[in-house]
Design a protein around this ligand. Structure first.
Ligand SMILES: [Zn+2]
Length: 170
């Protein structure tokens, strides 16, 4: 974050990162907030099994992830769940069946920029495993894993590791 030093407003090399959430320019009044980004993670659950995806992009390429992603502007978290499950897997969910569980902070580094996120976890229970089609640019493969057999070391993100260790029980 400290690599950004030139103010986009006045052009002076006076941009200061506060090591938390904003840049400000010492030469003019320019301020740019880098606020916490909202994100969702969905536990698609069938019996004792949960659907996990293997990431096909960085950060954490090859690691296991829950379906989900960043909330778009003007979008509800539930709408994000529906959009992301459709974009990633072509699973069309009924948002009224989403059950909110908890939220956890996470960090996400993308192209050398660190994003602080707040990940909202939802449960989506299904009676039978849905047919789906993988978005191959984002996902290498999917796996249904018994929730008792999840290896925390294979999970991509700290928020999800903490979630499986602490909050998630059958
Ligand atoms: Zn400036």
């Amino acid at each position: 974050m400290t690599k950004l030093t030139i103010c986009p407003n006045c052009g002076e090399k006076n941009l200061h990162w506060d090591n938390e959430k904003k840049w400000s320019c010492n030469a003019c009044s320019f301020v740019l907030y880098h606020n916490v980004a909202s994100a969702v993670a969905v536990l698609v659950k069938c019996g004792d099994e949960i659907l996990l995806t293997k990431r096909n992009q960085n950060p954490a390429i090859g690691k296991l992830d829950l379906p989900g992603g960043f909330v778009d502007p003007k979008e509800s978290a539930e709408t994000t769940c529906k959009r992301e499950l459709w974009e990633e897997l072509k699973i069309d969910i009924n948002t009224s069946k989403l059950v909110y569980i908890t939220s956890l902070p996470n960090t996400y580094i993308y192209k050398d920029i660190l994003y602080n996120t707040l990940d909202m976890f939802y449960m989506y229970e299904v009676d039978e495993k849905p047919n789906f089609c993988i978005e191959k640019s984002e996902i290498i493969s999917t796996v249904w894993i018994d929730s008792n057999d999840i290896n925390i070391d294979e999970i991509a993100f700290d928020s999800q590791k903490y979630f499986f260790e602490t909050f998630y029980t059958n």
